[in-house]
Design a protein around this ligand. Structure first.
Ligand SMILES: Cc1ncc(COP(=O)(O)O)c(C=O)c1O
Length: 395
């Protein structure tokens, strides 16, 4: 669909529907072919508090000077992962069952759990979605923060569940009391993204441990830790140790972020064996991961130097963006991730179009009736291009 077609199409939709629209969406988001809801202004409608702006045209992403719209790690994959991938590509005529078990054993050692507590998938999206499909097969509701990462929630809704969205608190942490109060007899799962996307914020560790320990006695809790690897003390902040304490928590991790393997598609969840049995009674873990990606993931786990480098350079870029925003007099949400959310004094669609004209790809949201930009950390050179573009666009 070309620029004009989509614009006309959105406008036509806006004229014909009074409230929320439902139409197929082509966007540069994480789920380009998903069915999304739109509001009357053509914004993706996640909740009354949380909408995403869509530019009226689609940038040719290969032409961007700085692609900062999907929280990709600009340094990855690790050279050791690339080497392992190349070396094993010719084995792609085989199913990689044994290799998958080997990497699960390795992950089990890393996470200090039994291999029976692990389910693999081609990226953690696959596991978020499979969990939602199984948990909400008979309806029910999912309790989560708003705004948050929408993958599991959207599949839950599409499967027939309702979303009980609890706004984040003023400091952008989860309102754990509010979430607990929202749980009722129909709640099948609580979803917590920590650090949270799109805000980049963390919820207090001790409070979250307490919440997960107690509340998982009533209902399973899914904790999405996609960005935990960017924290110096990520292992200590994880909820994974609750699995060994017998708690019904499901912890999701991905090789897409700190390992820089978003396009190679490897992720896993750590959970109680009985919970995984429930999910795997309907779907199969690991089936979607390619032979070479399994080897690449295993090699990447050994490349601690690469992970340290990614973490360090990511933190340097965050500091650079904080300073840029400080100098411009802009606020921001302090980030524990590889992206930063900050308010912009410009309508999001115009902002996206102006940034794209500068060949910079970012995301724009309406959160709590304010306009926001979410920028991913690229290389320092890319962040300098972003800063120059921002100064042109916003002043
Ligand atoms: C919070 C969160 N969870 C999960 C994912 C899914 O990542 P993947 O499917 O690449 O593992 C993302 C991707 O951006 C994310 O931001």
């Amino acid at each position: 669909m070309n620029t004009l077609d989509r614009r006309t199409w959105l406008k036509r939709g806006a004229l014909t529907a009074a409230g929320a629209l439902v139409m197929p969406q082509l966007s540069f988001g994480e789920t380009p072919r998903a069915q999304l809801k739109f509001d009357s202004r053509g914004r993706t409608l996640y909740s009354p508090f949380f909408k995403e702006y869509n530019a009226s045209f689609f940038p040719d992403e290969t032409k961007l000077l700085a692609k900062l719209n999907a929280n990709e790690n600009p340094y990855g994959p690790s050279p050791m992962a690339v080497e392992a991938f190349k070396k094993t590509a010719h084995l792609g005529n085989r199913y990689a069952w044994r290799e998958l078990f080997d990497v699960m054993d390795k992950i089990a050692i890393l996470e200090n759990v039994d291999a029976k507590n692990i389910m693999m998938g081609p990226g953690s999206s696959d596991l978020l979605e499979k969990t939602a499909m199984v948990m909400f097969a008979k309806g029910g509701n999912v309790v989560s923060a708003d705004p948050s990462y929408m993958s599991l929630i959207r599949v839950a809704e599409a499967t027939g569940a309702t979303w009980k969205s609890i706004p984040l608190q003023d400091d952008w942490s989860h309102d754990l009391k509010g979430m607990e109060a929202a749980i009722d007899a129909d709640t099948k799962l609580v979803y917590i993204c920590n650090p949270n996307n799109p805000t980049g914020s963390m919820t207090d560790h001790a409070e979250l441990v307490d919440f997960c320990s107690r509340v998982s006695e009533k209902v399973p809790i899914f904790v999405d830790e996609a960005y935990m690897g960017f924290l110096e003390d990520g292992a200590k902040k994880s909820m994974v140790s609750l699995v060994n304490q017998g708690k019904d928590v499901i912890i999701a991790r991905t090789f897409s972020k700190i390992h820089g393997m978003a396009g190679l598609r490897v992720g896993y969840v750590v959970a109680q064996e009985a919970t995984l049995d429930k999910i795997q009674a309907v779907t199969r873990g690991g089936m979607g991961i390619t032979y070479p990606s399994i080897y690449a993931a295993s090699a990447s786990m050994d490349d601690i130097e690469f992970q340290n480098k990614s973490r360090k350079l990511n933190a340097e870029c965050r500091e650079f963006v904080y300073k840029t925003l400080d100098d411009m007099g802009y606020e921001y949400v302090p980030s524990s991730t590889s992206f930063i959310l900050f308010p912009i004094e410009m309508e999001g669609e115009a902002f996206l179009e102006k940034m794209t004209a500068q060949q910079v790809g970012v995301r724009a949201f309406d959160i709590m009736d304010k306009n926001w930009c979410r920028v991913s950390m690229g290389t320092m050179d890319e962040m300098k291009i972003f800063a120059t573009a921002l100064q042109k666009v916003l002043v």
